[in-house]
Design a protein around this ligand. Structure first.
Ligand code: ATP
Length: 258
């Protein structure tokens, strides 16, 4: 469906269309649409913008990716449908590998996602026949990991993820960067660095931050990581939402017609 640019919710509707298209192409599953709905609700509370604590997290995430020995970007159906191009850009900017990881797994779906990524420039996509159930403590298909990718990674970027795998990856000693609009989710609270922002805004900003920070020395990047406090950043996000709601509560909320 063509959405008129003049529509007040243009970007939100374009994003929904991408997911619906992904559903038709067998990339997104119906459950992914529900997960997106949860995200949209939190995005509304943030004011559909990248807020200052998210910028702090983006900077720390860029430092972690630049310092990583074997960084991996984990991609599921929603991530592929919404942000394939940006995933590829980030992989190129950081030398990260790209790996498909799905809760509702089938080789056919994983291959469709890999083709979708290859079509926008990915050179190689892991997580197909190379992956095996290897992440301890998970008894669903998300335990699958590629020995060359997530299994041996030191830094893993996950987005629109459920909490179990984030916890399991942390238990394996990995640095986990999460992009999640819900600051209260288990993923958000377990990750090492949580970017509370919409993936469609966060990834381009992360690419910019990587390109800006790459001129820094290793020690300077390490200092950024060392001074980063994820718990404090999550509290800042909740505080931001609370202040915004208090501010809105003090205003007249009714819109004039037309
Ligand atoms: P957890 O297990 O971590 O508590 P959950 O059960 O909410 O999380 P899911 O429903 O599997 O996990 O994951 C979807 C998550 O992704 C939600 O937290 C939702 O807020 C977030 N999300 C959905 N769409 C987006 C988006 N476009 N950008 C960033 N985050 C999103």
């Amino acid at each position: 469906m063509r959405i008129p640019r003049s529509h007040p919710r243009y970007w939100s509707l374009v994003t929904r269309e991408k997911l619906v298209e992904g559903l038709r192409e067998g990339i997104v599953v119906p459950q992914g649409l529900i997960a997106h709905g949860r995200g949209e609700c939190f995005d509304y509370l943030l004011g559909e913008t990248t807020i200052p604590p998210a910028l702090k997290a983006i900077r720390a995430a860029a430092a972690a990716l630049l310092l990583a020995r074997n960084p991996v970007i984990s991609v599921n159906g929603n991530v592929a449908a919404l942000a394939a191009r940006h995933v590829v850009e980030l992989a190129k900017a950081t030398g990260a590998k790209i790996e498909v990881n799905l809760f509702h797994w089938s080789l056919d779906r994983a291959k469709r996602i890999a083709r979708h990524l290859t079509a926008v420039g990915a050179e190689r996509v892991l997580g197909l026949e190379d992956a095996r159930p290897a992440i301890p403590g998970l008894d669903h298909p998300r335990a699958r990991a590629s020995p060359e990718g997530i299994l041996s990674a030191d830094v893993v970027l996950v987005a629109l993820e459920d909490g179990d795998r984030t916890q399991a990856l942390r238990r394996m000693g990995k640095i986990v960067i999460a992009i999640d609009l819900n600051p209260l989710s288990r993923t958000a609270r377990t990750a090492s660095i949580t970017i509370v922002d919409n993936i469609v805004r966060a990834l381009p900003r992360l690419v910019d931050a990587v390109n800006e920070l790459r001129r820094l020395r290793r020690e300077e990047l390490e200092a950024i990581l060392k001074s980063y406090d994820n718990d404090a950043v999550l509290r800042e996000v909740v505080d931001y939402i609370a202040s915004r709601l208090r501010e809105l509560a003090s205003r007249r909320l009714a819109l004039e017609p037309g």
